[in-house]
Write a protein that binds this ligand. Structure first.
Ligand code: C6P
Length: 541
């Protein structure tokens, strides 16, 4: 691997060398992938499986070859690899197609560490067909409780669907063992390998899973392309998910028959450039070697565990040892909202993710609204971990230039007047006005920002169309909480009609400092809560 293969990594962010640690969200793309996609668009862009002209033939060959490359990469047969838009579509396809055969009372077993993509489609199916969802719990070491799994997976279980590597905890789950448990009870085993395929050599036959899904963009490929692997005999029996062009063999006005695998599950013009990019990404990973990538991931994991455990004010989530663990580290910084931590690290050029990482139930289970996550890939180094640890140490020692009371509200240089506004914001954060329930109120309304966990409940009391009293409760980052305090003060005795027409500019002017685009949502959440509260009062809903 050559770091120069990744042009994007060679840039400064906020005056610092970029350190990209958000690889679980999406990985960066090497030149080889970008060039392969460009070549398709520049030299042989055409639809596949349709034209008889040269360009179409070339595109078809490349598209089918991409299936071959991916099939060989995961140890599957050509017919068993279906291109989707990503892990999410793969899981939705499975819930739809497998769901057709399920009966009321049947059970689906998931785990407590699943991504929303492996929960929500099953919840919808369960509601529609009166099925029961059960969850394998976690142990205190953040691993799956396999004793509990052996009891939860029963003859009533029809599907077990689990992540192979948690996108929050980094835990690697024993898929073979779960396959054994599921198959012994007559159930199917589905694997969400979105985080595992980028880091581990995968052989679907060795895992003995029935289905496995992943996304191209997490392994150096483009977005909008993903893979569904399924055992051929199962795919043959399943109903297609989407229907239309290319997935059919014959169509009359009355009925249609389905194309052969894998095309039966690929309706419409596919993401040809995406497939070509994915194949280039797989070939790129293969030149490095998946064993080498896994080995380097283990080394980074060991080093990160050792280093991060030296930072006093952070609590690491996930297994404490490098065994069965990938290089994904979520943590809580004492007394700081993940959003604030993320923005502070960004000011040091370090890109991480803050929030619930699309695993809200897991965070709730751990008693958290969110966490900060640093996730590594093979182009990361020990020096990147050192830089992260150093930045976190700075946070702890309150050395960061822009840190005030361990909470940051603006990373841009401020004028003298804006500095005063900043002090005012901090004062509202530390000593919120009108915080707490109102004893008497006309309406209460709650809004929640699912991206970061900011949570605001507004209590409003009306008198002749005027807000005679307002208060709020909730928790979140400095900006959301300070704005709620400023806003409840601002709207006291204001006609409800006027409050309803308050604009974002007016709310921003209450803050008086520039707010970065990523934080506008934090500021607007209290405004949305008040305005929806008034609407709720007016409509009675
Ligand atoms: N997790 C993360 O930051 P899509 O969005 O379809 O490519 O992948 C969904 C998905 C499913 N399962 C797991 C275990 C995942 O980690 C993800 C994507 C990203 O953690 C984006 S939310």
């Amino acid at each position: 691997m050559n770091k120069e293969d990744f042009p994007i990594l060679n840039q400064k962010i906020n005056g610092r060398q970029l350190i990209y640690l958000d690889n679980s969200a999406t990985t960066q793309k090497p030149k080889q992938v970008i060039e392969a996609m460009n070549r398709y668009y520049e030299q042989y862009n055409a639809n596949v499986h349709r034209g008889i002209h040269q360009l179409s033939l070339r595109a078809t060959v490349a598209y089918e070859h991409a299936h071959e490359i991916v099939a060989q990469f995961i140890g599957a047969k050509f017919e068993e690899v279906i291109f989707t838009t990503g892990t999410t579509e793969g899981l939705n396809l499975l819930a739809y197609s497998l769901g057709k055969d399920l009966q009321p009372g049947d059970e689906i077993v998931l785990s407590e560490m699943e991504h929303h993509s492996n929960i929500v489609p099953w919840q919808r199916l369960a509601r529609e067909k009166n099925l029961k969802l059960r969850y394998i719990p976690l142990t205190a070491e953040y691993r799956l409780d396999l004793n509990a799994a052996a009891e939860i997976i029963t003859r009533k279980t029809k599907i077990v669907s689990v992540t192979q590597m948690s996108n929050v905890l980094g835990t690697i789950n024993p898929v073979e063992e779960l396959a054994g448990l599921a198959h012994a009870r007559g159930a199917l085993l589905l694997v969400d390998a979105a985080q595992a395929v980028p880091h581990l050599p995968i052989n679907v036959k060795g895992l003995d899973c029935d289905f496995l899904v992943f996304s191209g963009h997490k392994l150096c490929g483009p977005t909008g392309i993903g893979v569904l692997y399924g055992k051929k005999e199962l795919l043959e029996k399943m109903e297609p998910f989407l229907s239309g062009g290319d997935m059919i063999k014959e169509v009359t006005f009355e009925h249609s028959t389905w194309n052969d695998l894998p095309w039966k599950f690929e309706a419409g013009t596919p993401n040809i450039a995406g497939a070509i990019g994915l194949a280039a990404a797989v070939e790129y990973l293969q030149t490095i070697g998946m064993e080498n990538i896994a080995q380097q991931g283990r080394e980074l994991t060991r080093y990160a565990l050792e280093k991060l455990s030296t930072v006093p004010n952070i609590q690491l989530l996930g297994p404490a040892t490098a065994e069965d663990r990938g290089p994904i580290f979520s943590f809580i910084v004492e007394e700081m909202h993940p959003h604030d931590v993320g923005e502070l690290l960004d000011s040091e050029g370090i890109a991480v993710r803050g929030g619930h990482h699309c695993a809200m139930p897991l965070h709730h289970k751990l008693g958290l609204v969110g966490s900060t996550r640093a996730s590594f890939y093979f182009y990361n180094t020990r020096e990147d971990i050192d830089a992260l640890v150093e930045a976190l140490q700075k946070l702890w020692k309150e050395e960061m230039e822009i840190t005030i009371d361990r909470n940051e509200i603006s990373s841009t240089a401020l004028s003298e007047e804006q500095e005063l506004y900043k002090e005012n914001i901090l004062d509202h954060y530390k000593n919120p006005r009108h915080k707490g329930e109102l004893a008497i109120y006309s309406v209460k309304h709650r809004e929640f920002n699912p991206l970061c966990g900011d949570d605001v409940m507004m209590y409003l009391h009306f008198n002749n169309g005027t807000i005679s009293n307002a208060s709020f409760t909730g928790q979140g980052c400095v900006l959301s909480q300070a704005t709620a305090s400023l806003l409840t003060e601002h709207i006291q005795s204001m006609p409800a009609k006027k409050v309803k027409s308050l604009t974002r500019e007016e709310v921003l002017s209450l803050l008086g400092i520039p707010v970065s685009p990523t934080r506008i949502r934090c500021v607007l959440l209290p405004l949305k809560t008040v305005q929806r509260g008034i609407e709720q009062h007016e409509t009675g809903n």
